[in-house]
Design a protein around this ligand. Structure first.
Ligand SMILES: Cc1ncc(C[n+]2csc(CCOP(=O)(O)OP(=O)(O)O)c2C)c(N)n1
Length: 360
């Protein structure tokens, strides 16, 4: 399903009715996310951070869905959705500090990069094992339902996750108990190197929902307004007591799976090039230019603002010290057991490598 037509105009029968300011805000968030991604990938290549998992090409699916969820709704991410967290106002500096694992990283460097969370922004912790976040999301949704709260949960996952046990257990539970949850499946074509058509015998991901009597929609995930509309419909269904919705967001991962991947090994340049033409940013930009509220100058200015912001965050993050060594041992037990106390003392008092030894 499209809302923004190829010529940039809106299909009036499907227009979700956002104000032009709201549409521009979605565009600006998508551009900002991409610029952050781009910078982080560069600094990873320079060896300044260890790892990054980006959302190149999937920004409409992520920001469109985040935009349609209400502030009180929970977001349960996969690992590519930091754009949704930034959309909710999470400070970029804090995210970049996390990417460096420095003393201001809320996780104090204990997690791998891109595994952040924020309770204040109702954004659960990233869970790296595929699919495990899906039953967590159903649990959060059931808690809201039992407490009589008008809240729902949007859980992101990829096409590959629909082959996990957890996906099926979660769908079954949500179908039976009518959990107010939105299953947001980013079908980006691949689970790392495995094409979607090789990891499942179904034609679509959405048809899997029928087995659990969960209503499903399949939309163009590169059309931010189509995503917004489908997700808002799901929110409304949940709010009306209608239970879960499955939404397949058809998109494409333009970049590597993560900075540890080289997609040229398993897919052709021609394929990726054809999807570059369907870049979600191009479609939306065409629309806002047609509405007379955007142009090259505004675009250049906004990109410069975002670029300056992320560079400044990186500069500051690099000036900050590492977390104190003792933090490796804190926050695990209310009362530390004797063997950890002993290990902590040995670690803190023990010999330290010199900078030269660290380099070798
Ligand atoms: C249980 C488990 N098996 C394997 C992996 C390794 N792994 C990490 S990401 C990934 C692919 C996931 O693909 P998909 O669900 O389509 O999400 P995408 O990365 O495309 O967004 C795999 C196999 C893992 N993290 N967890």
């Amino acid at each position: 399903m499209h809302v923004i037509r190829d010529d940039g105009s809106l299909d009036p029968t499907r227009d979700p009715g956002l104000s032009i300011d709201e549409v521009v805000a979605l565009y600006k968030a998508m551009v900002r996310t991409r610029i952050v991604d781009d910078r982080l990938e560069k600094i990873q290549r320079q060896g300044r951070i260890a790892f990054h998992v980006g959302s190149l090409g999937e920004e409409a699916a992520i920001i469109g869905a985040a935009g349609a969820l209400r502030d009180r709704d929970w977001i349960v991410p996969c690992y590519r959705e930091v754009g949704a967290l930034l959309w909710r106002g999470y400070p970029l500096q804090q995210y970049v500090d996390h990417m460096y694992g420095n003393a201001d990283d809320p996780l104090l460097g204990r997690q791998m990069p891109d595994h952040t969370f924020s309770r204040a922004h109702r954004y659960l912790s990233v869970s790296a094992p595929i699919g495990t976040q899906i039953p967590h999301a159903v649990g959060v949704a059931m808690a809201a339902k039992k407490r009589g709260l008008d809240e729902c949960v949007g859980v992101f996952f990829g096409d590959g996750a629909t082959s996990s046990n957890d996906f099926h257990a979660a769908m079954n539970f949500a179908g039976v108990y009518q959990a107010p949850v939105l299953f947001l499946c980013r079908n980006n074509g691949y689970a790392i190197s495995l094409p979607a058509e090789q990891q499942t015998a179904t034609r679509t991901m959405a048809e899997k929902a029928a087995a659990y009597r969960v209503p499903a929609a399949r939309v163009d995930g590169n059309d931010v307004l189509a995503v917004w509309r489908a997700v808002r419909d799901g929110v409304q269904r949940a709010a009306d007591g209608g239970g879960p919705t499955f939404i397949e967001l058809m998109t494409y991962r333009l970049g590597g799976h993560s900075t540890s991947d080289d997609p040229r090994i398993y897919r052709s340049e021609e394929e990726t090039d054809s999807w570059r033409k369907a870049d979600p940013m191009l479609r939306l930009r065409k629309h806002i230019e047609q509405r007379g509220v955007w142009n090259d100058d505004l675009d250049g200015d906004w990109r410069a603002v975002c670029d300056g912001e992320v560079k400044e965050c990186v500069r500051r993050a690099e000036e900050k010290p590492a977390p104190a060594l003792v933090e490796m041992f804190t926050d695990v037990y209310e009362e530390q057991p004797w063997h950890l106390r002993e290990q902590q003392a040995q670690c803190i008092d023990g010999p330290r490598a010199t900078a030269e030894e660290d380099e070798s």
